[in-house]
Write a protein that binds this ligand. Structure first.
Ligand code: AMP
Length: 189
């Protein structure tokens, strides 16, 4: 991947219901980089009935994670596209430590590493309420709780991983959409 002079390569991290996807979309628009949501890519694949879609449909509806190898292929192909050469906001990837290592590998070309990882924090008790309010037709409360459990077990360890690399920027997500956007812009300097 070629390194752009003024590229912005960001990862957005946060539990389901934190507003991460909404903020990733707003920031991508502001910064003029693509918003790459692996969840949206997988939902498109399911909608198209592609091989990938057939493989991931059941896994997604249970609240579990798609395997790391499948996700590596999806993300590598997406990041190789022209529009991602001068930056991107990754939303929903990486979600496990092996995925973070895969991403480091994909971005290991000269000066093309991540600029920052934005963590959107929201109190646990608010997350299920928020997720239920915006739930997709096939989401049950049980699946929503399973996604929270999977986040704690598999994704939370990424916080320490990126903290130790000096990339983590924490933002309080327990406020209005505009306010959270302003805080993200602030921590990104
Ligand atoms: P999201 O829209 O980001 O909440 O993703 C919806 C679902 O897609 C997740 O619950 C997972 O089943 C799957 N998914 C999305 N991104 C990933 C990923 N990076 N690793 C594994 N599964 C993923």
């Amino acid at each position: 991947m070629a390194a752009g002079a003024n590229s912005t390569r960001l990862v957005f991290l946060g539990p389901p219901g934190s507003g991460k996807g909404t903020q990733a979309e707003i920031l991508a628009e502001r910064l003029g980089v693509p918003h790459i949501s692996t969840g949206a890519m997988l939902r498109d694949a399911v909608g198209e009935g592609s091989e990938l879609g057939k493989k991931v449909e059941g896994i997604m509806s249970s609240g579990a994670l798609v395997d790391d190898d499948t996700m590596a292929a999806v993300v590598e192909e997406r990041l190789a596209k022209q529009d991602a050469q001068h930056g991107f906001i990754l939303d929903g990837y990486p979600r496990t430590l092996p995925q973070a290592e895969t991403l480091d590998g994909i971005l290991s070309g000269a000066s093309s590493g991540l600029d920052a990882v934005v963590l959107i924090d929201v109190p646990v008790e608010e997350l299920v309420t928020r997720s239920l309010a915006r739930k997709r037709a096939d989401d049950t409360e049980e699946v929503i709780r399973e996604r929270q459990r999977v986040y704690r077990e598999k994704t939370e360890p990424l916080i320490g991983h990126y903290q130790s690399k000096g990339l983590l920027r924490e933002v309080d997500g327990h406020t209005t959409i505009d306010d959270v956007t302003a805080r993200i812009l602030e921590v990104l300097g």
